[in-house]
Design a protein around this ligand. Structure first.
Ligand code: ADP
Ligand code: MG
Length: 381
């Protein structure tokens, strides 16, 4: 059962002996297609999932924020006038958001809160972005700030980049803020325009965690980015987003083999992502699944960011008759795959794929059948 309002309501009452005034939630996410396109000003197509960070909170009349973490069994607090970065774990995400909101000129007031989540941590479903967006939503509710998904997502990203010190793009915070039930959201990473796209009826998205974690990812990531930048310079454009397939083929022979394959991935992936949007609008899960399969091949062969575990997981998923398509998702070298399947077969799919992946790799995966949900919400109690 996903976490729900009554659970965090009760946790707040148990901790503070009074009911909360507001309850907020912000979801985790998974990217359906559009991988390694974000830093090329391209397109991504994530969905907000039915696993979220929740905060129940009540106002204080001073500038102190006190938070009880149900999951860490810890209390922490800070004062809004004296924010200091102590690199001290989960509370830093809340402090970072307070810092970035205040830095943008928002007047914040203090609160008491209880924090609880069911986004698996460090599994590639972006629990950190969910925590940032939930915190922003909590401050917006308690401090009377109008909620607008785009600016708030940017302030959450700034907290992660500048306070926590993790260089992430905007996708995670933006989908957590702007998700829509039963839809994926096309994000144009240049304009930050968001367009909800409906899922074909009767389908489900399943996240398949390989139980492997990426190593050496920073240097590989930097190498990929540098190749993309040099390919963009070669084509005389700002970013690979500005190169279409015809332009690519006309001059690809003059690129070295590695740069050519890296650029080909990005250019074809942008196109696949737009084609995926069209397939969803036509309620065509077969076409959508096929694009996901092509995305995986491109990430594996051209971008070279898959792994044996990810390939094994994708194979296990595709072997099931209810699967329309599957691919690695996230930066790669480990982490999760994502599959599109027939919803009615979800339970059986999850069990069968987990068993077959275990048989081929010896590892025990985690499998999450997801529903696309709304982005961050606040409820006044
Ligand atoms: P992810 O891929 O899930 O975003 P990160 O390492 O970026 O992984 O973020 C995980 C961190 O976010 C945790 O170590 C913790 O500090 C914070 N966090 C995530 N979920 C919770 C939670 N339910 N309660 C408190 N802190 C959380
Ligand atoms: Mg994170």
């Amino acid at each position: 059962m996903p976490l729900s309002q009554p659970t965090v309501f009760a946790a707040f009452e148990a901790r503070f002996g009074r009911p909360p005034r507001w309850i907020v939630r912000a979801p985790g996410r998974v990217n359906l297609i559009g991988e390694h396109t974000d830093y090329n000003d391209g397109f991504v197509l994530p969905l907000a999932i039915d696993r979220a960070i929740w905060i129940a909170l009540g106002p204080r009349d001073d500038r102190r924020v006190t938070v009880h973490s149900v999951d860490f069994h810890e209390d922490a607090e800070f004062v809004l006038d004296r924010l200091a970065n102590e690199k001290a774990g989960w509370i830093e995400y809340l402090k970072g958001v307070a810092w970035s909101l205040q830095d943008a000129g928002h007047r914040l007031t203090g609160w008491d809160g209880v924090l609880q989540g069911d986004v698996p941590q460090g599994a590639g479903l972006s629990s950190s972005a969910a925590l940032e967006v939930a915190t922003a939503r909590a401050f917006a509710a308690s401090s009377g700030i109008d909620w607008a998904p785009h600016p708030m997502a940017l302030l959450g990203q700034k907290a992660e980049n500048r306070w926590v010190g993790v260089q992430c793009g905007i996708m995670d915070q933006l989908i957590s803020a702007a998700g829509q039930a039963d839809h994926a959201v096309l994000i144009d990473c240049r304009s930050l325009d968001t367009t909800p796209v409906p899922f074909p009826p009767g389908t489900a998205v399943v996240v398949l965690d390989t139980a492997t974690r990426r190593g050496l990812v920073d240097s590989a990531y930097n190498e990929r980015r540098a190749r993309c930048e040099s390919a963009a310079r070669f084509f005389g454009v700002k970013a690979l987003r500005d190169v279409d397939l015809a332009q690519f083929h006309a001059r690809a022979a003059d690129l070295d083999d590695t740069t050519r394959r890296r650029a080909r991935h990005v250019i074809t992936e942008n196109q696949r992502t737009l084609e995926a949007v069209a397939a969803m609008r036509q309620s065509d899960p077969i076409a959508l699944g096929s694009l996901m399969n092509q995305s995986h091949a491109s990430l594996r062969d051209d971008y070279e960011v898959s792994s044996d575990a990810l390939d094994a997981m994708v194979d296990s998923a595709r072997a099931h008759p209810a699967c329309y398509g599957a691919r690695m998702t996230g930066a790669g070298f480990g982490g999760c795959a994502v599959a599109l399947i027939e919803r009615q077969a979800a339970e059986e799919f999850a069990a069968t794929v987990a068993a077959s992946y275990h048989q081929s790799t010896g590892r025990t995966p985690a499998v999450y059948v997801c529903r696309a949900t709304n982005g961050a919400e606040a409820f006044e109690v």
